[in-house]
Design a protein around this ligand. Structure first.
Ligand code: ZN
Length: 270
């Protein structure tokens, strides 16, 4: 069986040149988070919001969830007027109330029925579409209930999403049991905080977990060919061979028991 992890965005909250907010879709129907650029990301990849079956929420920072009202609004008025495309949102216990507040702030009253039709799952593990998933606490701002996810399909395919997190034991433990890990690198080296991975953290993680493919997202690094002066920098750090710095549009396929990179920015409708 083939599985696909596709990056619809790879930037941090500050939107480095050439990148949308970090945003992942797998098997073309399950997404991780709903960033402000989510609808733009789906549009340029030619994917309809009605195709989305599940949203896994990592945490409640704006660059991870503020796109939800636009996805629900689009579904209601454009791509799923009949209300046949059922949506499930997986998140920690505080997620449902916060997302309802967000939607009500964005479009007062308009999304009440859409939210009533969403199934919220608040358990910390479960099975969806053959994927056994587990949610684990990570090291980030506790005010936004930060988690990562680990997914393992019944056919043996596995991957981790770090959410936003600095180095931490739970994340390390999830990664060491997996074939592929999508890990954030939100901070340059000079920022005095450990709430995100920095280039040196990725270096040491890659050395410890040399059997795992580490895909770097939520990055502060511009795309080099943007044509603009760098916002912070457009130089990717040098990292070991098991580290892959992602670009918007990158696709990884699981075939013949391993994850393989398909470079394909051409998927975007320009
Ligand atoms: Zn965050």
């Amino acid at each position: 069986m083939t599985h696909e992890v596709r990056m619809l965005g790879t930037g941090n909250a500050f939107l480095p040149h050439g990148r949308y907010h970090s945003f992942l879709i797998f098997d073309r129907k399950h997404i991780i988070d709903a960033p402000p650029t989510a609808l733009s990301s789906l549009r340029r990849a030619g994917i309809s919001p009605a195709e989305i079956e599940t949203i896994f929420i990592t945490h409640l920072h704006g660059d991870h969830v503020f796109g939800l009202p636009f996805l629900l609004l689009e579904k209601k008025y454009i791509s799923d007027r009949e209300g046949n495309a059922h949506l499930t949102i997986v998140g920690s216990s505080g997620v449902k109330a916060r997302l309802k507040t967000l939607c009500n702030l964005a479009f007062p009253g308009s999304l009440d029925d859409a939210l009533d039709n969403v199934t919220f799952i608040e358990t910390d593990s479960g099975t969806i579409d053959g994927w056994n998933w587990e949610r684990f606490r990570v090291h980030h701002d506790d005010a936004v209930d930060p988690f990562g996810y680990r997914f393992e399909h019944t056919d043996g395919c596995s991957f981790v999403h770090s959410g936003d997190s600095g180095p931490c034991e739970n994340l390390e433990h999830a990664i060491e049991r997996s074939q592929l890990a999508v890990v954030e690198m939100g901070f340059p080296q000079w920022v005095p905080s450990n709430h995100h991975h920095k280039p040196d953290d990725i270096q040491s993680l890659a050395e410890r977990q040399s059997h795992v493919k580490l895909l770097i997202t939520h990055t502060f690094v511009d795309m080099p060919q943007s044509g603009f002066d760098p916002i912070l920098t457009d130089k990717l750090p040098d990292h070991p061979d098991n580290v892959h710095h992602l670009e918007d549009g990158d696709i990884w396929n699981f075939q013949n028991s391993e994850w393989v990179s398909l470079k394909n920015r051409d998927i975007f409708v320009q």
